[in-house]
Write a protein that binds this ligand. Structure first.
Ligand code: GLN
Length: 196
């Protein structure tokens, strides 16, 4: 299986390292051609405005949407990646995004005090809890009918799935627990065989 990691900005190296350690082939994605033959795509954490603009200027936004809509591509977005996938971004109607996930997100949702925090999170399908690292994280404030909440904090959902799309507000790639990446690899394998 080949997993692409969007490598325009943000912590793509950490995602690549973790995905490689799980035995997948990893390809750094910088232009539309790089998406050919990729089964899963990771949108890393970083700065969603910058990443969105860069995606647009390289034509990657349309290329990703085309691979998703006309193929079996699975996508996992962390933090800024979650924001890029969201259909709506609260108070940021003009921020560039892919809009494939039927949610509304609020950026930097945890305020100053909890700007960066760690929490042992109850995640559906994972036992024991997952040690989640949040860095200026978004939270989901609206979920569409197709969206399944896999983990939430008091501010709202932070890990959800909609068909072939998985997103987390937190950063599994910065820890040592690979279980979230394993869930994504399973999703990418299933969607490849049309089961999702
Ligand atoms: N606050 C960033 C944004 O809104 C996301 C932070 C992150 O990806 N760690 O784009």
């Amino acid at each position: 299986m080949t997993i692409g990691v969007l490598a325009l900005q943000g912590d793509f190296r950490e995602h690549a390292r973790m995905t490689l350690a799980l035995g997948a082939d990893v390809r750094l994605i910088r232009q539309p051609e790089d998406l050919r033959g990729v089964d899963g795509l990771i949108l890393p954490g970083g700065e969603s405005t910058t990443m969105g603009k860069l995606m647009g200027s390289f034509g990657l936004d349309h290329a990703i949407m085309e691979c998703f809509n006309n193929g079996t591509l699975a996508i996992y977005g962390t933090c800024a990646g979650m924001i890029l996938l969201a259909r709506e971004i609260q108070d940021r109607t003009d921020q560039p995004r892919l809009g494939l996930l039927d949610v509304t997100v609020r950026r930097n949702a945890f305020g100053r005090q909890k700007e960066s925090s760690e929490e042992d999170l109850a995640v559906e399908g994972l036992d024991p809890r997952f040690h989640a690292i949040f860095i200026r994280a978004p939270v989901i404030v609206r979920t569409g009918p197709e969206v399944k909440v896999l983990a939430a904090v008091s501010e709202g959902p932070v890990y959800v799935q909609q068909g072939r799309i998985l997103v987390s507000s937190f950063h599994p790639e910065l820890g040592t627990d690979t279980r979230i990446h394993q869930q994504f690899l399973r999703l990418a394998a299933q969607s490849h065989t049309q089961e999702v």
